[in-house]
Design a protein around this ligand. Structure first.
Ligand SMILES: Cc1ncc(COP(=O)(O)O)c(C=O)c1O
Length: 395
């Protein structure tokens, strides 16, 4: 079956964050929304069918997660990522970010330091500081748009209060898919200093060949014991509204503490439809995913070619994973506030401001390209026209 990713689906008035809060967030309800990380592609039919089937049952009472749910996760991780995990290591997380917060609360103490590698997915910051922990910033090193971890900086900053790192793997927003050697070096540092790795692998399935996502905990026995891993079908299959994430913890002590915290909030059941959707996605979604990735990669190339041809002042390093572009706008010589104003009110496109991802995000914007190409083309034409007008004003 060939899926149609060119189809424009009207998402306005569907209570979509990406579409329906444009006025409140940008102050312009007409921006083309290329921000929030969900896709404008139809959620795969296998998921919608499974949910409709369950929705047709007359009762939506308290529900358990059946064995088939756990098996679908185990099979997916084995076939997609060559990672075998026991059923008992899989546990509930109402969302990846709430799960990260639970790990922080369960496994660290107020005043402890938690590492982030900026620029990085910004809810990490509030998860740490909002819970009275201290953020230890280990900025990524950038060279011609390509980012790497800065291990020397990390080693120089770690002290006895440093207890955890929130790892983004693949990395949002810079699109790196960490290599085995990079992950191994990180593990070595963390094991040596007894730092727990909370590995956010929500983008694990969104990787372009020849790159390959490696679940950090799959690398060695040491890695397995040091790591708690967060995953979800939400980004992969465009079902973020279903609350479908889960955590994998093979270290028994960490698992016990995490579980106790989740139980203390009485949060162990989750959403009935999230369970159904997850099982359907992992059981039947592989073909859709492969076609979606191929379409999205062409979108990335489309933007890259467009920039090179029409707006060579702005550019990005092709992401190895994720459907997010980390675009360098520094040549426009605007402050972050001016750039935001320009994009929202002159180009009428809604992107995420780079500065929000950390101080070293200044001059960048994040663009989500998981949408029909025609929408992307319209956005790029608007951007080009706005930049042309700017050049005219300056000349
Ligand atoms: C790196 C990363 N982690 C977590 C999330 C959100 O996860 P959730 O909605 O399950 O909290 C996102 C969404 O964009 C993300 O990019």
């Amino acid at each position: 079956m060939t899926y149609n990713f060119d189809q424009i689906i009207d998402r306005s008035s569907s209570n979509s964050v990406k579409y329906d809060i444009r006025q409140a967030y940008f102050g312009n309800k007409n921006v083309i929304p290329l921000w929030v990380a969900d896709m404008d592609f139809a959620t795969p039919e296998c998921i919608r069918k499974a949910i409709l089937k369950r929705a047709n049952h007359e009762i939506y009472g308290y529900s358990i997660k059946p064995d088939s749910y756990f098996t679908s996760i185990q099979n997916w991780l084995k076939t997609q990522h060559n990672w075998s995990i026991p059923k008992t290591s899989i546990d509930f997380s109402p969302g990846v970010v709430p799960g990260l917060v639970f790990s922080i609360l369960a496994l660290t103490n107020p005043g402890d330091k938690i590492i982030v590698q900026t620029p990085v997915y910004f809810p990490f910051f509030i998860s740490i500081e909002g819970n009275n922990r201290e953020m230890l910033v280990n900025p990524l090193k950038e060279k011609n748009g390509y980012y790497e971890m800065d291990f020397e900086d990390l080693k120089s900053k770690i002290d006895s209060r440093t207890k955890m790192i929130l790892l983004s793997s693949p990395h949002n927003p810079v699109g790196r898919v960490w290599k085995k050697e990079e992950l191994e070096e990180l593990i070595e540092i963390c094991v040596k200093n007894d730092i727990i790795i909370a590995s956010d692998e929500i983008h694990a399935d969104l990787v372009f060949k020849p790159h390959k996502h490696i679940p950090l905990a799959s690398l060695s026995e040491k890695a397995k014991q040091q790591t708690i891993t967060f995953m979800a079908p939400s980004k992969t299959f465009n079902m973020a509204g279903l609350s479908s994430s889960f955590v994998i913890i093979e270290n028994e002590e960490y698992h016990k503490k995490y579980r106790a915290l989740v139980e203390s909030y009485h949060l162990t059941n989750g959403n009935l439809f999230g369970t159904v959707g997850t099982e359907a996605a992992y059981s039947h979604g592989a073909k859709w995913l492969s076609q979606m990735l191929s379409y999205t990669e062409k979108n990335i190339d489309f933007v890259s070619d467009y920039f090179a041809k029409h707006i060579p002042q702005i550019f990005f390093y092709k992401p190895e994973g994720t459907y997010l572009l980390w675009i360098n706008f520094k040549a426009l010589k605007m402050t972050d506030a001016q750039l935001k104003e320009f994009l929202v009110h002159r180009a009428e496109i809604g992107l995420n401001q780079g500065i929000v991802f950390g101080e070293n995000g200044t001059g960048y914007m994040r663009m989500n390209v998981a949408c029909p190409r025609s929408l992307l083309e319209k956005a790029l034409n608007q951007l080009k026209a706005a930049i042309d007008r700017l050049d005219l004003q300056l000349s």
